[in-house]
Design a binder for this molecule. Structure first.
Ligand SMILES: Cc1cc2nc3c(=O)[nH]c(=O)nc-3n(C[C@H](O)[C@H](O)[C@H](O)COP(=O)(O)O)c2cc1C
Length: 194
């Protein structure tokens, strides 16, 4: 599989400027900007316009709630997420509200909404790092997630860019590693399968 660390074709500045940072400034995020993050998700597309996403967020100064979210993360993520001024847990509603049955695209829609949130963050000078590295059982227990209704998606850490020198050495090195991507020929087909 061929990869490159170059942008091969023109893309939006927003996409160019996005990266999953681990180094966050402790600077709080203005409440209006937090509203804008979630507003961006309102305008994401979803199957039958179900909008199956739910977000639980906590700012660093909301110590009890922030710590509840933080405690669900795995040890590797805790190393760097400890300074994130905003933690978000994203969840997907499993069943359609208007029709009977499971919404099999709920998690797909949540991912789309999270991407909208992420690009809105970049537009405001923030960065987002999504995290699948968390303790699912702990999350359900500590956050009282009604699992008959919601599926846990990912956590997200959000903040203004910080100084990578504050990270543990191993993570600091990774912040500066080239970001490689598959070339389009590896995942785009202009033909059917053989
Ligand atoms: C669903 C999902 C789960 C992820 N989980 C973690 C995680 O638990 N810990 C972490 O440090 N990064 C996590 N990431 C970030 C990825 O490692 C990152 O997006 C990838 O290395 C590409 O880097 P970039 O986003 O800066 O382009 C996750 C990203 C996604 C989309």
């Amino acid at each position: 599989m061929q990869k490159s660390n170059q942008i091969e074709h023109p893309i939006l500045e927003l996409i160019k400027n996005r990266r999953s940072s681990r180094a966050f400034s402790k600077q709080p995020i203005e409440p209006g900007r937090i509203y804008s993050l979630f507003e961006a998700t309102r305008w994401a597309p979803s199957s039958t316009n179900e909008q199956p996403w739910l977000y639980i967020y906590a700012t660093h100064d909301q110590v009890a709630l922030w710590t509840k979210l933080f405690d669900c993360l795995n040890a590797g993520n805790k190393l760097w997420a400890k300074d994130a001024p905003l933690l978000i847990l994203s969840l997907a509603r499993k069943n359609f509200s208007k029709y009977p049955g499971a919404n099999v695209h709920a998690m797909y829609d949540l991912g789309g909404a999270n991407s909208f949130l992420t690009l809105q963050a970049v537009e405001m000078g923030l960065q987002v790092r999504q995290m699948a590295g968390f303790d699912h059982a702990k999350t359900v227990k500590h956050i009282h997630v009604p699992i008959a209704t919601y599926e846990v998606g990912v956590f997200m850490a959000v903040g203004y860019p910080g100084n990578p020198d504050t990270l543990p050495e191993k993570l600091k090195v990774r912040e500066f590693e080239p970001r490689e991507r598959f070339l389009q020929q590896e995942f785009v087909m202009n033909r059917i399968f053989d």
